[in-house]
Ligand binder design. Structure first.
Ligand SMILES: O=C1O[C@H](COP(=O)(O)O)[C@@H](O)[C@H](O)[C@H]1O
Length: 322
């Protein structure tokens, strides 16, 4: 895993320029699903032909293994099992990064992922995880007030983060009232930094924030290699990741770290999002897919015509038959 600290200029860091990013190769997914719908099975044929190792059938579902003997795609049959597996995976990574780097930088999406992360704030993980090492970012945020039901920030705070740590989340009425682009960026990115573990509430463009973190001793550089990004995407209607929608020009953005979208096909129309090069510079990317309506997009994504253009997954959690 790379540990280099990039040199920054006022322009975009080198590793965000097209094709110069240090990224891991997309995992060779070896798939062997016994119980998939015929539509999904057919989409998996190419992968299956490439299978070099058999999958194992765990009590909770099917685990697939790549050529490096790493579990890549895990199909769970209940949402409960998915949440347990996701918690273990995340807790293990937290442990690894905390020990190796002294920090664990996590990027979360909104959506149903937050509910699926609930096991992390239950025993045994809530006590075993060193939460003080966590640095949490949002992969995308809707431009709405932070107390709005559509806010990914609020979703994660209510459903997950406020139940962890002894994080003191100072209510900041002024910030909560703001709905402008800048405040969304600032508040969408919370840093429970040591030692006070409080939320950062100053207005700051997220790019500057990342650059500051990158330069600081508090944590190791975010891109290219110490981030764990967890996405809940593949929405029924489109198959987006973060606020990057199939067919949208923003998918091709390769100069900015964070981009603004004003015509999101999924409401609300105005959002901010990490760009694909930044997402792909994560050391680990997990995709959590729940919901019957997502079957078609799963088929496309696991097949050759991926709608997740260019997202290199480390781990895919798929809830079967929901
Ligand atoms: O709009 C968004 O939706 C997705 C997924 O939502 P879900 O309802 O299908 O779970 C989420 O990944 C993203 O962060 C969010 O802004």
């Amino acid at each position: 895993m790379a540990t280099s600290s990039p040199t920054f200029s006022t322009s975009l860091p080198k590793f965000c320029r097209p094709y110069s990013i240090s990224i891991t190769s997309p995992p060779q997914v070896s798939v062997y699903f016994k119980k998939l719908d015929s539509s999904i099975s057919s989409a998996l044929k190419i992968s299956r032909r490439r299978t070099t190792r058999a999958s194992s059938m765990a009590s909770s579902g099917i685990t697939t293994i790549d050529q490096n003997n790493k579990k890549v795609v895990e199909v769970l049959y209940t949402e409960e099992d998915l949440a347990v597996s996701l918690a273990k995976y995340t807790a293990d990574l937290s442990d690894k990064f905390a020990k190796e780097r002294g920090a664990f930088t996590v990027v979360v999406s909104g959506g149903s992922l937050i509910k699926s992360l609930r096991k992390l704030v239950e025993a045994p993980y809530v006590d075993s995880i060193d939460w003080s090492k966590w640095h949490v970012f949002w992969v995308d945020e809707r431009v709405v007030p932070k107390d709005h039901p559509d806010s990914n920030y609020k979703l994660a705070l209510d459903g997950f983060l406020s139940k962890t740590l002894e994080i003191v989340i100072p209510p900041n009425e002024e910030m909560l009232k703001k709905s402008d682009h800048e405040s969304t960026i600032a508040l969408a990115n919370l840093i429970p930094s040591e030692p006070d573990k409080t939320l950062r509430t100053d207005l700051q463009d997220v790019t500057d924030l990342i650059l500051e973190l990158t330069r600081s001793d508090v944590t190791v550089p975010i891109p290219p290699s110490n981030v764990y990004a967890i996405n809940d995407a593949l929405s029924a209607e489109d198959g987006h990741v973060a606020s990057l929608f199939p067919g949208h020009p923003l998918l091709k953005e390769n100069q900015k770290w964070v981009a603004h979208i004003t015509d999101s096909p999924k409401p609300p129309p105005e959002r901010i999002t990490f760009t694909l090069p930044v997402i792909n510079s994560s050391a680990y990317i997990a995709l959590v897919v729940c919901g019957a309506g997502k079957a078609n997009v799963v088929q496309a994504a696991l097949g050759n015509e991926s709608k997740l253009r260019g997202v290199f997954l480390s781990k895919w959690f798929h809830l079967k038959g929901s």
